[in-house]
Write a protein that binds this ligand. Structure first.
Ligand code: ADP
Length: 497
């Protein structure tokens, strides 16, 4: 092989993947392996940390074998990962003391409520940019130290290490030589002061976590050690949490640029440059990445139910056999239909924040049928993104010029076009929809000189740009209807239900 390649390891919530990129940032090959989800009690979600590692290593090996890679063929390895998920292991044996507690796990919710009632919310927000929540790593580490027999004593003796999944993968890849993370992952632990980029002593004390457990925080594009491969070393040179990696992989390098990922839920991030911006709408401030010691910040907003609403059309309503059929069905809808679907199946997130809202269908008439409901369901994804983006623009004072999109659901042309219409802004869909893996590859490639920043502008290929077609006047009328529907779906269940 004459041209060197970059490998991105993408350790996700349901599967581990290894993606091979060439210098044009095209995907050469992908290998993927799913792993087990453990639900030991209602609200608890765990992964076997050894299975995370084994599956990640297996896909790396498979990629190497299938493509007959030799060490000299690989310029570097980048890592991206499910964020917040927490692993604690013994540094002498290399064995985790407990399963990985996954970001979705709610077991520490009561502890987080307690911290809020003790008045920690403002301080934690100021230091970490986050809203106190069980989602982030801090209360999960505390839970392990409090509940796993002998863990506290081992931690105090300096024998235990903590890491988010990037750190766990790096530690294993380097055979225990490197215990490190990057600021985009550290920012999601609720233990890092995002203003300084360092672990926060006061928060470590609050959660009873000895500093000896913590990984070193390096730049996102840095020397994270190396993997021994066929007797030679291959550099691990880039690391970022999945959503921040996607922002980088979408070339959102400048302040004010934003990406949205349309998966089961949506994750929208806007680059806010060197300045941290605090939200008044409940969005999170986070670190996008750190390059050459310089931190870039982002605002983050999420939508709970996006592609999941399309799954609902398929699995519960049985209107379609596959998610992609929703497009054809939506196009068959009566153009004048006033049906609005509010997919508040799990309450409403930013900027509405109503946990008691529930899903609803409004505007039904005698002729409303499957096409009209399918269309309204797809439209609801675009409306929810409009609401998050509007909050971001208001908080940041930055007006977005275009939205870069990725994720499984945005393959839907109807949705992409309607998103452009609702935003009255171009929606840009890149050729490589694997922005997360690409971002990790970029970060690694930059460190080893495989790419320069200027190359990244050139290698990005847009598959399609959707320009707004519907008039502003028409969109304003539709948005009025959407917001009326949102208001009416709020506070549907009683607080004590
Ligand atoms: P995740 O990473 O959250 O698993 P993906 O990025 O793989 O999500 O996207 C899958 C989601 O996108 C599913 O919820 C599915 O219903 C939805 N989806 C996939 N293809 C389409 C399509 N063509 N139109 C609408 N929704 C789609």
């Amino acid at each position: 092989m004459t041209q060197q390649l970059i490998i991105a390891l993408d350790q996700g919530t349901t599967s581990s993947r290894a993606v091979l990129f060439n210098h044009d940032a095209d995907i050469v090959d992908v290998s993927q392996q799913e792993f087990t989800q453990h639900f030991p009690k209602p609200g608890w979600v765990e992964h076997d940390a050894n299975e995370i590692w084994d599956s990640q290593f297996a896909v790396l090996q498979k990629l190497a074998v299938n493509n007959q890679l030799r060490p000299s063929d690989i310029a570097a390895i980048g890592i991206t990962n499910q964020r917040e998920t927490t692993v604690v292991w013994n540094k002498k044996t290399g064995k985790p003391v407990y399963n990985a507690i996954v970001w979705q796990d709610r077991r520490t919710a009561a502890r987080c409520d307690e911290l809020s009632s003790l008045g920690w919310a403002e301080k934690i927000q100021q230091k970490t940019g986050l809203v106190i929540d069980a989602y982030f790593s801090a209360s999960k580490v505390e839970w392990i130290l409090e509940n796993v027999e002998g863990a506290r004593a081992q931690a105090e003796a300096g024998d235990l290490l903590f890491g988010t999944v990037d750190t766990w993968v790096i530690w294993n890849l380097t055979e225990g030589k490197v215990h490190a993370t990057d600021p985009s992952n550290a920012a999601r632990t609720m233990l890092m002061n995002i203003n300084t980029g360092e672990w926060d002593v006061e928060l470590l004390e609050l959660f009873g976590i000895p500093t000896s457990m913590l990984p070193e925080i390096k730049d996102s594009s840095a020397d994270f050690g190396s993997v021994s491969f066929q007797g030679e070393s291959v550099a691990i040179a880039g690391v970022a949490g999945d959503q921040q990696a996607a922002l980088f992989g979408q070339n959102c390098f400048e302040k004010g640029m934003a990406k949205n990922t349309y998966g089961t839920g949506c994750f929208m991030l806007m680059n806010t440059g060197e300045q941290r911006i605090d939200s008044e709408s409940g969005l999170l401030s986070t670190i996008a990445w750190s390059l050459d010691g310089k931190i870039t910040y982002a605002l983050e907003g999420s939508v709970f139910i996006a592609g999941a609403a399309v799954q609902w059309l398929r699995d519960e309503l049985e209107f379609i056999k596959s998610a992609s059929e929703s497009e054809e069905l939506a196009l068959a809808a009566h153009p004048e239909s006033d049906v609005v679907v509010v997919p508040a199946f799990a309450g409403l997130g930013a900027p509405h924040w109503d946990m008691y809202a529930r899903g609803a269908i409004f505007g039904l008439t005698r002729d409303s049928g499957r096409p009209e409901i399918a269309k309204a369901t797809l439209q609801s994804l675009a409306y929810q993104i409009f609401d998050v983006l509007t909050a971001m623009q208001k908080d940041s004072g930055i007006e977005l010029s275009q939205l870069n999109v990725d994720g499984g659901a945005i393959a839907n042309d109807f949705l992409a076009q309607f998103q452009a219409d609702v935003l009255q802004k171009p929606v840009t869909r890149p050729k490589v929809l694997e922005s997360t893996a690409l971002g990790a590859a970029y970060l690694a490639g930059l460190k080893v000189g495989y790419w320069q920043m200027s190359d990244l502008e050139q290698v990005r290929e847009v598959e399609r740009e959707f320009e707004p077609i519907l008039s502003q006047f028409k969109i304003e009328a539709l948005l009025r209807q959407w917001h009326k529907a949102v208001e009416r779906s709020k506070q549907w269940i009683d607080a004590d239900e």
